[in-house]
Design a protein around this ligand. Structure first.
Ligand code: HEC
Ligand code: HEC
Ligand code: HEC
Ligand code: HEC
Length: 368
């Protein structure tokens, strides 16, 4: 009998045991919550250690001060105010201070302003910020179907950074080798926006910028010719679903009864909210982000030259309700929970460092 065999076997067994009991190999403690009827397998599993880190990272910052709504309007006090003219001077300054904390705590006011001339639009970040104020107002006023009364502020996405941590853009597709491998359908590379899976890497372009149909499910056991979608479309849908699950830090069961992914009647109510969320993200990308393309410099665009875009993770940052559903709006009601002017200047005429007033005459302030 060969002597090395029992040795190899016992070494293998020891290694296997060590891999389960050794340091750094323990399974994380998991909390499970039942979401649906018994026997339907509807559980939400959460890694307790990750949860603690998420809780610490998702705390709402306090308002710099309580603003006094009385007194002269910003439109009378300042020269080039196009969206916030209805605020009192104190409210206006409170929002400037808050925006600085939310977007550029290190660079301060000068991230958006030439300190010699605060009225000038020459810093491109100011031009973007003005459009972002309009975008935030639109989210809070027109998209209550998704954000409810909780709403969002700049902080929901920015978290103290000029560029939000969770953005996406079209990613470079590697060239196929040819012949049978010619149609990769965007697959078999690490798809960062689909939970690092090998699903189609640019699926978000189809669903959160374009409006490609998401539904793929057949309602009959055998093909009848009615449902013409195939595996490729299904993989696209799956890629989007991976993005949605990862963004919210949830399992598929947060929105589906997995015995029938298509059936709305068996789905938790969160699925309807998510449906509005898909429309919301698409609207923000098409109406706001794409429009800003001429304003952003090349180093703020993706590898393919498109603007950085909004996905579910941009607001949610890994939790089911952004900032655990704590609303920041009460301190900024007049600033971002009402909708003022939505005028869009002609961004293609913008010259960074030169343009002093972009867009409407400084007096064209509409009262919300
Ligand atoms: C994230 C970008 C951003 C930051 C940071 C910022 N601002 Fe502003 N600021 C704007 C935008 C956008 C406007 C124009 C608002 C409008 O058109 O309604 C503006 C306008 C102003 C105006 C009016 C100037 C005029 O005469 O038209 C003043 C004053 C001002 N900001 C002061 C400040 C101060 C002080 C700080 C720092 C505490 C600051 N801002 C930080 C974006 C910013
Ligand atoms: C729904 C998410 C979202 C919200 C809400 C939001 N932003 Fe943004 N913001 C973005 C994205 C995405 C970008 C694109 C990043 C890029 O390409 O620089 C961006 C870019 C910017 C930039 C340009 C940064 C740079 O250096 O290029 C500024 C300034 C800015 N936002 C200010 C604001 C302000 C002020 C508010 C609140 C009134 C706000 N944003 C609200 C998502 C958001
Ligand atoms: C945050 C909620 C949410 C999560 C999490 C989620 N989904 Fe979905 N899913 C939806 C919504 C909303 C639709 C319907 C979209 C539409 O009809 O426009 C949908 C549609 C689908 C469809 C197509 C159904 C049809 O009618 O053809 C499939 C398949 C699917 N999801 C699978 C998954 C899988 C697999 C996961 C987990 C990886 C998942 N979903 C996670 C919300 C969610
Ligand atoms: C502009 C920011 C923003 C974007 C983008 C966004 N959400 Fe939300 N979402 C919110 C806010 C705020 C809430 C909390 C609403 C509330 O308090 O009821 C929310 C709530 C939800 C809920 C309900 C959670 C629950 O337990 O009731 C689901 C599901 C959801 N979002 C899914 C999505 C999906 C999927 C996407 C991307 C397709 C998305 N969201 C994009 C801001 C956003």
């Amino acid at each position: 009998m060969k002597l090395w065999l029992p040795f190899a076997a016992s070494a293998g067994a020891l290694l296997a045991v060590a891999s389960f009991v050794g340091a750094g190999w323990d399974a994380p403690p998991v909390a499970s919550e039942q979401l649906g009827f018994r026997g339907t397998g509807m559980f939400q599993h959460k890694d307790i250690e990750t949860e603690a880190a998420l809780k610490a990272a998702n705390v709402v910052p306090p308002a710099p001060w309580q603003a006094d709504p009385s007194g002269d309007k910003a439109s009378d006090l300042y020269q080039n105010v196009q969206v916030l003219g209805h605020l009192s001077g104190d409210q206006f300054n409170q929002l400037m201070a808050a925006m600085t904390e939310w977007v550029s705590p290190e660079a301060g006011c000068n991230y958006c302003h030439n300190p010699e001339n605060l009225a000038s639009d020459e810093v491109y970040q100011k031009v973007v910020a003005r459009r972002m104020i309009q975008m935030t107002q639109t989210i809070n006023v027109d998209w209550k179907s998704h954000v409810a009364e909780t709403g969002v502020t700049c902080y929901t996405c920015h978290r103290g950074k000029g560029v939000p941590a969770q953005v996406w853009s079209s990613s470079l597709e590697p060239k196929p080798a040819g012949n049978m491998t010619s149609n990769r359908n965007g697959q078999n590379v690490v798809a960062v926006n689909a939970g690092n899976s090998s699903l189609p890497q640019n699926a978000l372009m189809d669903y959160l910028l374009g409006d490609k149909p998401i539904r793929v499910h057949a309602n009959t056991a055998l093909p009848t010719g009615v449902n013409t979608v195939g595996t490729m479309e299904t993989e696209g849908t799956w890629s989007l679903m991976m993005h949605m699950s990862e963004s919210l830090g949830v399992n598929c069961t947060a929105c589906h009864n997995t015995r029938a992914f298509n059936d709305w009647d068996q789905s938790p109510p969160q699925r309807v909210t998510a449906w509005h969320g898909i429309k919301l993200a698409r609207h923000l990308n098409v109406t706001y982000m794409e429009g800003l393309t001429p304003v952003f410099p090349a180093n703020r665009k993706g590898p393919e030259g498109d603007v950085l875009k909004i996905g579910c993770a941009t607001c949610h940052n890994g939790v089911q309700k952004p900032l655990y559903g704590v609303s920041m709006l009460k301190d900024y009601v007049d600033a971002v929970a009402v909708k003022g002017s939505t005028d869009v200047p002609d961004f293609s005429t913008y010259v960074p460092g030169k343009t002093e007033v972009l867009g409407g005459a400084a007096t064209s302030v509409t009262q919300p």
